[in-house]
Write a new protein. Sequence first.
Length: 276
Amino acid sequence: MQYTAAMPSDIAAEVISNTPLSNDYNVLALAAPAIAEAAIPGQFVMVKAARGLDPLLRRPFSVFEILNNGAGIPTGFSLLNKRIGPSTSRLYDARPGDIVDVLGPLGKPFTLVEPPAEAWMVAGGVGLAPFATLAQALLNAGVSTTLYYGARRQEELFYVDWFLDLGVNVVLSTEDGSRGERGRIIAPLEQALAARPAEQPVTLYACGPEGMLAATAKVAATYARPCQVSVERTMGCGMGGCYSCVVPMLNEAGQRHHVRSCLAGPVLDADRICWE
């Protein structure tokens, strides 16, 4: 199905709840029915942690969860936030009733596969964020779905039980070996790809650090599997005006050019990106 971009909503969203996951990570729930109803897995929002000129610019966040009321009607969405700088620190410290400026949904979403193909999602760190809605959409479509999820240590693995309860197969790794396989998540992913017969279709979806995305793209190409990646870039506007989020890619003729990830992405075909 061809994706057609819709006009984003620019709203002042009230904070519903703020759930700390660790000293640096939290999940922020926002009341935003229009955005929640329109959002498609893989899309993002531009968030400004406070009104006024400080901070001056919004920051991009993947839509994490869609929040519904008892009747199943979308009432808002959540963000998976990591405290890094001033803006993300304000979002970490936000309280119910606070107002956050939000623009969205924005960007090109994931393209869903259909059975009998399987979907393998590859996440690192806050790259987990777009996979909550994607997993729900895939499972609703009858697609067998696996999450390959890596972090530095077990304290940085979040929502594992949530994905398991949803019906997602989960493969974990930590760099210190505190949970799952020791090392990076690419190792068990490559082992699984090597063991899978070529006639059994599978599509990879990846989001996380640039090095992990490049490694996922490489193993996908090695085993001739399609791969969609959600790239993370600094954005000033989210609508193509500032050109701060460009990604080098190859066109169909093999020529190098640049695309704005806020418009052409954030979801891009991994085999078209110039990783070096």
